[in-house]
Design a protein around this ligand. Structure first.
Ligand SMILES: [Zn+2]
Length: 191
């Protein structure tokens, strides 16, 4: 099922996933907006809706398995898998290296869809895609709720996302919100 940009934004705002204010990002840069996808995904009905919408973009590709990187990718990957009627595995870091643990198996017969909540640098999902390819499986595509990347990232497969968000970032000395003395907030997670 298609989901329109304005509907996604409305859900983000309603659930507190997209905040307006004055935020200090982990990079040290400041921004007037902050996105925390976990806020949307805490509501199963919205998680399902997003999952179905992403699944709809890959429904005729013969996907056999969906994979997401921990932690951010797990919930939405599972919702996509549910909508496709396929299994879902997740990758996680062990000593900093992305791996499939817990007995999860992917093999040459699998056509895998890699799913993340938000693509910023694409680092985690890209590492997961490499791990999947190393098993001999084919990576059919990459999907996410939000594309926040500032440059095009090459995953070696097609990336399909529900919405592209350009969150503007500023150096502290060039930040107008600082000049206005708007209180600065440091949000919780690295993402
Ligand atoms: Zn500022």
């Amino acid at each position: 099922m298609e989901i329109k940009n304005q509907d996604i934004l409305a859900i983000f705002k309603k659930t507190g996933a997209l905040l307006n204010g004055h935020f200090k990002l982990s990079s040290g840069l400041h921004s007037g907006q902050y996105l925390q996808c976990a806020q949307v995904l805490q509501y199963p009905e919205y998680a399902a809706q997003m999952g179905e919408a992403i699944a709809g973009k890959f429904k005729d590709e013969g996907i056999t398995c969906v994979a997401g990187p921990a932690l951010g990718g797990i919930i939405i990957a599972h919702e996509v898998a549910k909508a496709l009627g396929k299994r879902c595995v997740f990758g996680e870091r062990e000593d900093g290296k992305m791996t499939l643990r817990r007995g999860f198996k992917i093999g040459p017969d699998d056509k895998v869809l890699a799913i993340e909540d938000v693509i910023t640098t694409g680092k985690s999902i890209n590492e997961l895609i490499s791990v999947i390819r190393d098993t001999g499986a084919v990576v059919i595509g990459a999907g996410a709720i939000v594309d926040r990347s500032s440059e095009r990232i090459d995953f070696g497969c097609e990336l399909k996302t529900l919405i592209k968000l350009d969150v503007q970032k500023f150096k502290p000395e060039e930040c107008n919100l600082c000049k206005d003395n708007t209180p600065l907030v440091k949000p919780g997670s690295r993402k």
